[in-house]
Every structure is written in structure tokens, then in C-alpha cells.
Design a protein around this ligand. Structure first.
Ligand code: SF4
Length: 285
């Protein structure tokens, strides 16, 4: 009998570049097939993180060199205090909003531009869109999702933003083809997507796949950030509110180590870049 016990690889946080904030775990107006969130049947769950929890986290992390605060969900713009939180976070850092675009009409885009102009920090948008074909996109995301996101991009571009399009390669198509087709679509809308404004993540069905147990040779999000939710601090957005990713109650004392033993980790290992954080090097001239 072998004496060797299995030990999951441990990931050490190298630097605290990214603060992910889960604004709500359960509120979203779409139901994407690949979403890692386990949505309740009841749509009226009031699980929004409090403004005080965010204020507390910003105070506790003020000496870290955070490059970006990410407002995430489910859909972060469903939060009733979204505008207050956005303004608050912009005082500390750049803010990236992960959104499906449903709440960004022309008036909202104009407002967001005004809020950005009040600060020296930047608002960055990561908009989800999974296929260049309307039918195939809406089959994954929700009916009407394609037109909604195209309109959101047009509105943001009108007010000088350069949104990042985030694609989950659900149909496992060649990346080159996806890139070209997305560029064509947005060119027709007057937005010239460059390579740094489109992120393609490989889809990995974690339910059906073995957990990756070898060494860490890419840079998963748990290496460069932590996630704040209404329940505490977690190692990454995938493991938000999951006891396997728990790092502490708040940022006064939190773990800088975590095991990469979950099936979600396989998704991180399959993708060469981190799944949530922005690779700012791509934007350097
Ligand atoms: S899912 Fe990814 S980011 Fe989260 S702990 Fe696993 S390897 Fe790290």
C-alpha cells in the first residue's frame, strides 16, 4: 500500500492587485447556460452587499496597491445602491463593471461618463457576449441578449468608453474565427475592437471534468486578488460564498493561501490568462 497522501497544490497570493466585489450573488435578469451561479427559483432574493461592508473593505485595504476594483454579480447593476458604490470605489481605484449590458441605455451611459469625469480613476466595462450569431448567442444567454449588449456597447462608445467584450467559447470554435467575426460585427456598429478589447475564455464543463492536480503554471485570479461578498472574503469569484474558498471574515486578517482543489480550478488551468482580472500589460503602449 502506498504511503503517499494526496495533497492539493497550494496557491500563494503574490500581490493584491484586484479587489473583486460580489454586489449580489442571486440577482440577474439573464440565465446563461455556462453561469457558475446557482440561481434560486425565487427571483426576489434581497442579498445585496451593504455599502458599509464595502466602505470597511476599502478602509482595510487602503495600503494595498490595488489596481482595480471589480463590481460583479450575478448582475451588479441590479444593486439598488449601485451608483453610490461606484462613486465610492472610484475614489480608491479604477473600477471594472462586469455586466450583461441590460441597464446601459443612452441615459445611463451619459451618467457613467459624468461620474468618470468627476474622478481621476477610470471606469472599465467588461460586457458578456458569447457568440457573433444572434440566435446562437441568445440560445446560451437569454432571448434578446444579443441586441441588448450591442446597444450597450454603442451607447458606451458614444460617450468615449472602450468596452471589453468577454466571450465564453461555449461552442468550442477556433479563436481566430471568433475574433474576426466579433471584430466585423462591431466594426459595422462603428467600434473598432482591437485584440486587447476582446477576451475569449475557453468553456470547460467542470461537472464532467477531473480536477487538475498538477502544478500551477498559469496565473489564476487567486494569485492576484481576493473577493469580497456579503458573507466575507474568498479566494476568487468562482469560489465566492463557497467554504472551500473561504479566506476570512474581512480584510483585517485574511488568508493569503488557498488550495486549488475544486473543479473550477480546472477552468483556470485550461485558460492561459486569468479569468476575471484585467491583464493591464495588454493596454500598455
Ligand atoms: S478557481 Fe481558479 S482562481 Fe479560484 S482557487 Fe481555483 S485556481 Fe484559484
Amino acid at each position: 500500500m502506498s504511503n503517499i497522501l494526496f495533497q492539493a497544490p497550494v496557491c500563494e497570493m503574490k500581490s493584491f492587485d484586484n479587489l473583486f466585489i460580489e454586489m449580489t450573488a442571486k440577482n440577474c435578469n439573464q440565465r446563461c447556460k455556462h453561469c457558475y451561479i446557482d440561481f434560486p427559483l425565487n427571483k426576489n432574493v434581497k442579498d445585496f452587499i451593504s455599502v458599509d461592508s464595502i466602505k470597511n473593505a476599502l478602509t482595510q485595504t487602503k495600503d494595498e496597491n490595488i489596481k482595480c476594483i471589480y463590481l460583479m454579480g450575478a448582475e451588479p447593476m441590479t444593486h439598488p445602491d449601485f451608483n453610490v458604490i461606484l462613486r465610492l470605489c472610484l475614489k480608491y481605484s479604477n473600477v471594472c463593471i462586469f455586466t450583461n449590458g441590460s441597464f446601459i441605455n443612452e441615459k445611463k451611459a451619459r451618467f457613467l461618463k459624468k461620474v468618470q469625469d468627476e474622478n481621476s480613476n477610470e471606469i472599465i466595462f467588461k460586457l458578456s457576449m458569447d457568440h457573433y450569431n444572434e440566435f446562437k448567442n441568445d440560445e446560451i444567454r437569454s432571448r434578446g441578449a444579443y441586441r441588448t449588449v450591442i446597444n450597450a456597447v454603442k451607447n458606451l462608445v458614444k460617450y468615449g468608453f472602450s468596452p471589453i467584450i468577454c466571450v465564453t467559447n461555449y461552442y468550442n470554435e477556433p479563436c481566430e474565427k471568433l475574433l474576426n467575426e466579433f471584430k466585423n460585427i462591431f466594426q459595422k456598429q462603428g467600434y473598432n475592437l482591437n485584440d486587447s478589447n476582446i477576451v475569449i475564455n475557453e468553456f470547460y464543463n467542470s461537472e464532467k471534468s477531473d480536477v487538475v492536480r498538477d502544478s500551477i503554471d498559469n496565473k489564476p485570479d487567486c494569485m492576484y486578488g481576493r473577493t469580497l461578498t456579503s458573507l466575507g472574503v474568498y479566494c476568487c469569484p468562482f469560489l465566492a460564498n463557497d467554504h472551500r474558498g473561504r479566506c476570512g471574515s474581512d480584510f483585517s486578517d485574511f488568508s493569503h493561501h488557498n488550495s486549488i482543489e475544486t473543479s473550477y480550478c480546472a477552468t483556470c488551468m485550461k485558460n492561459k490568462e486569468n479569468m476575471f482580472g484585467i491583464n493591464f500589460k495588454l493596454f500598455e503602449c
